[in-house]
Design a protein around this ligand. Structure first.
Ligand code: FES
Length: 124
């Protein structure tokens, strides 16, 4: 449905996505990827990586390594909150506006998500 230049659409059902999962969908004619974090939140982004256009829905939802105070030691953080591109591995922070971990000034374009009944509704 288009309302005053805004596209708003139910793209899937809540139960279509398990926590930590993702799926491709379309918003109008635009390919998007819908992600569900482990805490149950829903997020939607363009399904094209900003590097070279890979379909993000063919990547993985995972976590990331963060350095510790000890040289050579890392911690695994943000489990289920990172969307990793299938082609060259760039990682985007799902809960932080899709910002690229290696360059937070760049981000995967995102969309507003609302839950209406059983529907996951995305708008731009
Ligand atoms: S196309 Fe996504 S990292 Fe290169």
């Amino acid at each position: 449905m288009e309302v005053g230049g805004t596209v708003k659409q139910a793209v899937c059902k809540k139960n279509d996505l398990r926590p930590g999962g993702m799926m491709k969908a379309t918003l109008g004619r635009m390919p998007i990827v819908v992600c569900r974090t482990l805490d149950g939140g829903f997020y939607a982004f363009s399904n094209q990586c900003i590097h070279q256009g890979a379909p993000m829905s063919e990547g993985v939802v995972c976590g990331a390594s963060a350095p510790t105070d000890q040289p050579g030691e890392y911690r695994y953080v943000k489990e289920g909150e990172i969307l990793r591109c299938p082609w060259h591995g760039r990682e985007y922070d799902i809960k932080n506006e899709g910002r690229m971990l290696s360059d937070p000034n760049r981000r995967l374009p995102g969309f507003k998500v609302a839950i209406e009944g059983d529907d996951v509704v995305v708008s731009k």
